[in-house]
Write a protein that binds this ligand. Structure first.
Ligand SMILES: N[C@@H](CCC(=O)N[C@@H](CS)C(=O)NCC(=O)O)C(=O)O
Length: 202
């Protein structure tokens, strides 16, 4: 089994973390989106990551679809997903909020990074970043204790920690120090775990 992409991508990293949590052996090609575009296309024709190459040669794309596959084969609990019921709904909703924050960070960066300075639509950037702040604030509100749901790590904690860590290097300043103390505490707890140490972007 081979994972394609660098853990700087929060989507790639959530797959890497899920593989680690489930104890699935895998190799990883740390190909860069731009520097290794041709290599990525040989596996993922739209040049998107993550892609997961299975042992029979099948290629899975999209982190959500890949996690669904892992949950199907290894059981949802193996990747920190409650099997059913209110806990599962709560976890998948937190994951959805966290991934929406990632989408907004990337959208703002694309607007800022791909235009001459005089053509950047600052009002649009402001609106997008405000949407991300709504997402962060909602996640801060939902984190009542050490973990989002139940007494231990779930995909909710994993995805939020990956997202907040990503914000730290991808959109520095977007999360002002001290603004979301519960999320910050979560990141410190989660990033210390082996699956996260093993996948920290380098
Ligand atoms: N919904 C997808 C999003 C994947 C995604 O946006 N990956 C980025 C890297 S962070 C990418 O490949 N971007 C290149 C592109 O879309 O052209 C997932 O969950 O895997």
């Amino acid at each position: 089994m081979k994972l394609i992409g660098r853990n700087h991508s929060p989507y790639v990293r959530r797959v890497a973390v899920a593989l680690q949590l489930a104890g699935v052996p895998y190799d990883q090609e740390f190909w860069g989106l731009f520097s290794d575009a041709d290599l990525i296309r040989t596996v993922s024709p739209m040049r998107r990551v993550p892609a997961l190459v299975l042992d029979d040669g099948a290629v899975l794309v999209d982190s959500g679809a890949i996690l669904d596959y892992l949950a199907d084969v290894h059981g949802p609990g193996a990747i920190g997903l409650p099997a059913t019921g209110p806990d599962r709904r709560a976890v998948t909703q937190v994951v959805a909020w966290a991934l929406a924050c990632v989408d907004k960070m990337i959208a703002a960066a694309q607007e800022k990074g791909n235009r001459p300075p005089e053509l950047i639509q600052h009002d649009l950037v402001g609106r997008i970043e405000a949407q991300a702040q709504v997402g962060f604030a909602e996640l801060e509100r939902r984190l009542g204790g050490d973990w989002f749901v139940g007494g231990g790590l779930t995909q909710a904690d994993a995805t939020v920690a990956i997202m907040v860590s990503f914000a730290g290097f991808f959109a520095p300043g977007l999360i002002a120090p001290g603004r979301y103390p519960r999320l910050q505490g979560l990141v410190e707890r989660v990033e210390a775990l082996p699956a996260f140490q093993a996948t920290f972007p380098r």
